[in-house]
Ligand binder design. Structure first.
Ligand code: SAM
Length: 335
């Protein structure tokens, strides 16, 4: 049976308590999935699959009576498992062996070449030369019409644009209408998005939080994506912002429990991510401000975040929570 082997060289061989601790640890797991072997002061962890939450609980229990040195040995085992970055997940367990066997594609690179990855963006005319944002715009909150304000910025000077445009739901925004004819709405929105694209650096990201108006049957997220693709941006992906809230409208005029026109319910919004020129964004390692745990959680593209509840306090009808912006900035840009 194939297992992943992790070798840990201990400073000293474990004492009697340490051996008991290892035996205890082994006894909690299916031998086929996880076991630890000891040879003098060399530990071999044979790993196939493990529930790390369970491991952590058992480790804490065993540590209570096994002494400081042995407790450290158990931490070392846990750290060495945590250090493995590639695994599958099944029924709450991390799978370290053969987790992608069923999906292995032979000659993957050749096939990718034949298909033509992001073929729609290959002919872009973006120039790989970035400029510095003028100092007067640095760290500023600028209030105004985005179209006018963006026009004041030079080309290729912004690392990341994160926007949540008005959704045209008819909300009462201060200083702007939110009930345009859809054609006019998209015309203006696309002009603003074009400005966003112009000011983005080569390798910069345009990230758009959007909610379609389902009751008008307008797929705003698709239309916006279509526009960005027409502009030869690379679609990096989509995040579902799960807000876990829904209203209890079950029918649309006489369609209760009928296929005539069931009203679909959405408890999430969409976040579309586009790149200008290239997928990879280069930057200094020291300027990465995301933690390992945040990274692991946030690359799973469904973010469960409660909607902002302080709209009355701030007198704004459609705020998004700050956490959303924090995640976007940390995951897709450098400090
Ligand atoms: C859906 S809300 C998004 C939530 C918002 N990002 C927040 O958390 O505060 C859209 C916002 O865009 C603003 N807005 C509408 N048209 C605009 C324009 N042409 N330029 C700049 N902001 C605009 C609205 O006043 C509203 O505050």
């Amino acid at each position: 049976m194939t297992v992943k082997k992790i070798i840990i060289n201990l400073n000293t061989a474990p004492d009697a308590k340490g051996l008991t601790a290892l035996n205890e640890l082994n006894s909690f797991f299916n031998d086929r999935d996880f076991n630890v072997d000891l040879n003098d002061n060399r530990l071999t962890v044979n790993l196939r699959a493990i529930d790390l939450k369970k491991f952590s609980l058992i480790k804490k229990t065993v540590q209570e009576y096994c002494g400081k040195e042995n407790a450290q040995m158990l931490n070392q085992i846990e750290d060495s498992i945590n250090a493995i970055k590639s695994y599958g997940i099944k029924n709450g367990k991390r799978i370290y062996v053969d987790y992608n066997k069923e999906r292995k594609v032979k000659n993957r690179v050749v096939k990718e070449g034949r298909r033509g990855k992001y073929y729609y963006a290959q002919q872009h005319k973006y120039i790989d030369k970035n400029s510095k944002i003028p100092d007067k715009f640095n760290d500023q909150i600028i209030c105004g019409d985005s179209l006018n304000e963006l026009q004041k910025l030079p080309d290729n000077c912004i690392d990341l644009v994160f926007t949540s445009p008005p959704y045209n739901f008819g909300l009462e925004y201060e200083g702007s209408d939110d009930d345009h004819n859809w054609d006019a709405y998209f015309k203006k929105l696309f002009l603003i998005l074009d400005e966003c694209i112009r000011v983005l650096k080569y390798g910069g990201r345009l990230i758009i939080n959007v909610q379609p108006l389902f009751s008008d049957y307008i797929p705003s997220h698709h239309l916006i994506s279509q526009h960005c693709i027409k502009r030869n941006l690379i679609w990096k992906g989509e995040i579902l912002w799960e807000k876990n809230n829904y209203n209890c409208k079950y029918t649309a005029w006489g369609s209760w429990k009928s296929p005539s026109s069931p009203y679909l319910k959405y408890t999430w919004e969409f976040i579309e991510i586009f790149c200008k020129g290239k997928l990879k964004k280069t930057g200094e390692k020291d300027n990465i401000d995301i933690s390992a745990d945040e990274f692991k959680e946030w690359v799973v593209a469904k973010w469960s975040i409660a909607p902002e509840r302080r709209m009355k306090k701030y007198d704004h009808p459609a705020m998004f929570p700050e956490t959303l912006a924090e995640r976007v900035l940390k995951l897709f840009s450098y400090k």
